[in-house]
Design a binder for this molecule. Structure first.
Ligand code: 3AM
Length: 189
C-alpha cells in the first residue's frame, strides 16, 4: 500500500481552489476531495515498517500555524509539464513541520528524500498542454489568494488506484500543539 503525509484543507479553501480548475484544454482536474498539501510521499510501506513510521509521526511536537494559499505554478521535467499547482505563502512553521516529518520517517527507516521541498496543492497533471495556454493560465491566476486557515494537525493517507482518480484514505491524524502567536497573522501589513 502507498502512503503519504499531508495537510488537509478546509472546505471553503477547497471551493476556492475549485475555481482554478478550468482553462487548460485536455486537463483532468484533481477532484476537490483529493486536494492536499503533501509533507512527505512515503511510497509503499509494509505493515510492520508502518508501525515504526506511525510511532515516529506520533512523537512529533510542533506548533500549529496559519496558512494561506497563494499564486499558481507548475513543475516541469525538461519540456514536459508534470503538474500545475496552487502555491503556499511562505510560512516558517510549515518548513519546521516538514523538517520534523522528514526526520521522523528517516528515523523510522525510510530513505531520505533529497528533494527541495516546495509546498503546493496539485490541481492537475496535464497531458502536454499547449504552452501558450499554460502561460495564459499561470498569468491569469497569479494573484490567487485563498482565505487564511488554521493548521491544527497533519494526516497519514493511504492511496489506492481508483477508476478515474486515486482514492485517498485518511489513516490517522496527528495533532499539532497550540499555535505560536507570531506567524502570518501580520502578513500584508
Ligand atoms: O499531489 P502532490 O504533488 O502533493 O504526486 C503525488 C502526490 O503529490 C505524490 O504523492 C502525492 C500523493 O499521491 N507521489 C506519487 N508518486 C510519487 C513518487 N513516486 C509521488 N511523489 C514522489 N515520488
Amino acid at each position: 500500500m502507498r502512503y503519504f503525509v499531508a495537510l488537509t484543507l478546509p472546505d471553503p479553501v477547497r471551493w476556492q481552489l475549485r475555481l482554478l480548475c478550468g482553462g487548460l484544454p485536455g486537463a483532468r482536474w484533481v477532484p476537490p476531495e483529493n486536494f492536499h498539501i503533501t509533507l512527505r510521499f512515503l511510497g509503499d510501506v509494509d505493515g510492520r515498517d508502518m508501525d515504526y513510521v506511525d510511532a515516529a509521526l506520533a512523537s512529533i511536537r510542533a506548533p500549529g500555524f496559519q496558512l494561506r494559499l497563494a499564486g499558481v505554478g507548475h513543475f516541469a521535467s525538461g519540456n514536459r509539464v508534470k503538474a500545475v499547482w496552487a502555491g503556499v505563502d511562505k510560512e516558517p512553521a510549515l518548513t519546521h513541520l516538514q523538517n520534523k516529518v522528514e526526520s521522523a520517517v528517516v528515523r523510522a527507516g525510510l530513505t531520505p528524500d533529497g528533494q527541495k521541498y516546495t509546498p503546493h496543492v496539485t490541481l492537475t497533471w496535464p497531458k502536454d498542454p499547449p504552452i501558450d495556454k499554460l502561460q495564459h493560465y499561470l498569468a491569469g491566476h497569479n494573484l490567487f489568494r485563498s482565505e487564511p486557515f488554521e493548521v491544527t494537525h497533519f494526516t497519514l493517507f493511504s492511496s489506492h488506484a481508483g477508476s478515474e482518480n486515486s482514492v485517498y484514505h485518511a489513516e490517522r491524524s496527528y495533532a499539532l500543539t497550540a499555535r505560536a502567536t507570531t506567524s502570518v497573522q501580520n502578513a500584508g501589513r
